[in-house]
Design a protein around this ligand. Structure first.
Ligand SMILES: [Zn+2]
Length: 516
């Protein structure tokens, strides 16, 4: 099969080739919808035509077959279990599962003109890649849609000398390659106390919170009310959770089918969904990458995740254009709070990538929820673009608190200085920033944990004492009242008791009743 490159894809490839004349190590930032495998295949083909050796490292098997599908009729070898062992001299282009490649040491000292790495922000590439790059290669190209870990010291981001940036989400929407997306806030639990293992929430613990009939029902009810009957995909935390979502959905009259790792007959399930016989597909991770069913125009995020790429991949499942329809994303777990901005508002530039600054730091408020229509929008809006709701100005005292802390500490500084004092101060800064954004303390705990500080991975118990109200119970009560009066955009109506308790415990260091 031959592929006609879209004009912007051809432009990216031209830019890569131009850059390769001057640079050896290039990172290519390509968004959901920009056709990463098409671009990768075109680059591989070019190396093949020039009779040069190129290897493409991937970390999941379905990407292997996807890339092969786009290579046309050139000769290639695959280094992965389930494929016959190729011979280095037989062809120019190779696709390798990194896990298989690692185990086959006879491949480690081969020469490559090009080493290309998919999802190069992932830490799974480990030390082997660095060793290979050092040993013998002319060019290295790293592909990523989410260059969030490209800070100087992390992974092999520091080797890249040039960055090529594909069109942004919004640009692809304007060109008609991605659908418009709306985001809805669905009331959800607090996950800040959930254990974090290997940079991700313990899904087992998460499951205890989200896998209840009541919680599932609430999400699905919002979908029934606001989902305009659109065909949907729902992401659960575990297979059991996904099964339960499926059961409850069918119980509520939504025809739902489960698609998890072991599911066979997927082709038929997708066909039924395409035809509208099945309205909702429920999955954990089986459909978060590479799955393509344009008819899906609702995405239900029902499992919290700290992984920005996972959120973008999940949202991306509804982003294929289809009859000019808008895709509705239901954020039932607060996922979008973990992004630097709404997916369609994230913009990377060559400069932002090469400066290797962390994309988001404390003090920025990326998104907020409109209390009137429950849509999640960029925090900079003073009027809701959907329902024209006028956001009230922030209460004065909170603004002052924010200003008093104008010199912001960065996570980088904390890691560098590495004392308890700076960790504590950083946490207090996060607390102030959360309050200034009309949120409660839990967000500060989540954000702190996300920084993955080695010395103090979690804030110590007394760190938050006096950070906001300085012991002044009257001010605290005033804060709670403002929330109740509806001035705080994050909560609708009354603040839940657990939230108040959490704030009291942080501010006073002990559980006590000061709200009354
Ligand atoms: Zn609104």
């Amino acid at each position: 099969m031959t592929y006609t490159l879209r004009p912007f894809q051809q432009k990216i490839i031209d830019e890569v080739i131009e850059s390769a004349k001057k640079h050896q190590n290039i990172v290519l930032v390509s968004n959901t919808g920009s056709g990463k495998t098409v671009i990768a295949a075109a680059i591989l083909k070019r190396f093949n035509d020039k009779n040069r050796k190129a290897i493409f490292f991937v970390d999941r098997i379905d990407l292997t077959s996807q890339t092969i599908g786009k290579l046309g009729n050139i000769k290639y070898g695959v280094i992965a279990s389930g494929y016959p062992e190729p011979n280095y001299d037989d062809c120019n282009v190779f696709i390798a599962m990194i896990q298989s490649f690692e185990g086959r040491t006879e491949w480690h000292d081969k020469h490559w003109d090009l080493q290309m790495y998919d999802e190069c922000h992932e830490s799974s590439w480990r030390s082997l890649s660095l060793k290979l790059i050092e040993a013998s290669t002319k060019w290295v190209i790293g592909l990523t849609a989410t260059p969030y870990r490209l800070s100087k010291k992390e992974f092999f981001a520091d080797i890249f000398e040039d960055a090529i940036v594909a069109p942004s989400f919004a640009e692809l929407q304007d060109m008609g390659y991605l659908a418009r997306i709306e985001y809805r806030h669905v009331n959800h639990a607090d996950f800040s106390q959930v254990k974090i293992i290997a940079n991700e929430y313990s899904q087992e613990e998460v499951s205890k919170i989200v896998n209840t009939e009541k919680t599932i029902r609430e999400c699905l009810e919002d979908y029934l009310k606001n989902g305009e009957n659109k065909r949907a995909i729902a992401f659960g935390s575990t297979v059991d959770h996904a099964k339960e979502i499926c059961r409850v959905a069918n119980d509520m009259g939504i025809t739902a089918e489960l698609v998890v790792g072991e599911t066979k007959e997927r082709k038929f399930i997708f066909e039924r969904c395409e035809q509208g016989i099945t309205q909702m597909l429920v999955t954990v991770d089986a459909l978060s990458k590479g799955f393509d069913l344009p008819a899906i125009k609702a995405v239900l995020l029902m499992a919290p995740t700290l992984s920005k790429s996972r959120i973008l991949q999940r949202v991306g499942r509804g982003a294929r254009p289809y009859n000019n329809e808008v895709c509705i994303v239901f954020d039932c777990v607060g996922c979008l709070d973990n992004l630097p901005a709404l997916p369609c508002e994230i913009v990377h530039t060559k400069e932002s990538i090469l400066s290797r600054q962390p994309i988001r730091e404390a003090g920025e408020a990326p998104v907020k929820t409109c209390p009137e229509c429950c849509r999640i929008i960029g925090a900079y809006h003073s009027v809701c673009p959907y329902c024209a709701y006028n956001f009230p100005h922030k209460p004065k005292e909170i603004v002052e608190m924010d200003r008093a802390f104008s010199k912001l500490i960065t996570a980088r500084e904390v890691k560098l200085i590495n004392t308890e004092e700076i960790h504590r101060e950083y946490f207090r800064q996060l607390l102030r920033s959360e309050y200034a954004k009309s949120r409660c303390t839990t967000g500060a705990y989540t954000k702190y944990a996300e920084r993955k500080f080695e010395r103090y991975p979690k804030p110590l118990k007394h760190w938050g004492v006096g950070a906001i109200f300085n012991g002044d119970r009257a001010k605290f009560k005033q804060f709670c009242d403002t929330v109740k009066s509806g001035a705080r955009v994050r909560f609708r109506g009354e603040m839940p008791q657990w939230m108040i308790n959490n704030m009291i415990e942080t501010e006073w260091g002990v559980k006590q009743n000061v709200a009354s």
